[in-house]
Design a protein around this ligand. Structure first.
Ligand code: ADE
Length: 246
């Protein structure tokens, strides 16, 4: 999968994309990431990319021309032949695992990082989607773009060693994941639950499922109405005080 990132701060991305799993995914060719410095597409002598807002008020707004110029130069002049172009903005729809999985189906995805007070409204004519990573405001869309690339890349086959992992993680099935333990068996008086060393695979699976249900009920009950629950799951949850409203 190929990512095209339009930003005023390409240096912010080094480190995140140059280490660990994303670095390996790039080396193996499973993902490609191209950074495009919007400033390089500003035609004026001083490469101005932002200005004060019409109508007054504080804050700077990103100008439309360098953004259009950068996108059209890199992705072409024909909107229908361009990959989806996502603006990262706190006004977008909120990113989640379903969107990450959906974006991972695309062979080519472009991300536009907003800065300052925002982008000139006419940039919205250029983008195909707007995404927020949560209900808080960051200094710009760069960190959100890194979040999107990371979460999407995990769904690309081969990026994560264990191919089933992205489909079993917290949120994948609409539930939080069960607890994990590794050696030592006892640490500072805290023991690994006996069931996990029992060797009873079916019982271990049921225990994990129940822990996952319990954790979701305790921490994120808002997820339960959308989760795929079996009769056994519902029975277990009812014993904890959950009531299914369907
Ligand atoms: N830019 C600033 N805050 C943001 C957010 N929460 N999500 C996406 N882009 C942003």
């Amino acid at each position: 999968m190929r990512f095209e990132i339009f930003t005023l701060f390409p240096n912010m991305f080094s480190g995140v994309f140059d280490d660990s799993i994303l670095q390996r995914a790039r080396e193996s060719g499973r993902i490609e990431i191209f950074l495009h410095d919007i400033r390089a597409y500003a035609r004026d002598r001083h490469h101005v990319t932002d200005e004060t807002a019409y109508g007054g008020g504080g804050g700077m707004v990103m100008k439309p021309e360098p953004i259009f110029e950068a996108v059209e130069t890199i992705l072409g002049n024909e909107p229908a032949r361009r990959p989806p172009l996502i603006l990262l903005t706190p006004q977008g729809r909120v990113f989640n695992t379903d969107l990450a999985r959906e974006f991972a189906q695309q062979p080519h995805l472009a991300l536009l990082c907003g800065r300052y007070e925002g982008v000139d409204e006419r940039v919205r004519a250029l983008v195909t989607d707007e995404i927020s990573i949560g209900d808080y405001v960051l200094t710009g869309g760069e960190i959100p773009a890194m979040v999107v690339v990371d979460a999407v890349s995990r769904f690309i086959p081969g990026v994560i060693g264990d191919p089933s992992a992205p489909h079993q993680d917290s949120h994948a099935a609409g539930l939080l994941e069960h607890p994990h333990y590794t050696r030592p068996l006892e640490f500072r008086g805290m023991r690994v639950p006996d069931i996990l060393v029992s060797g009873h695979h079916a019982q271990i699976e049921r225990w994990r499922r129940n822990e996952s249900l319990k954790r979701t009920w305790e921490r994120r009950p808002d997820l339960l109405p959308r989760a795929a629950l079996s009769e056994d799951d519902k029975q277990f949850l009812r014993a904890l005080g959950w009531r299914d409203e369907q």
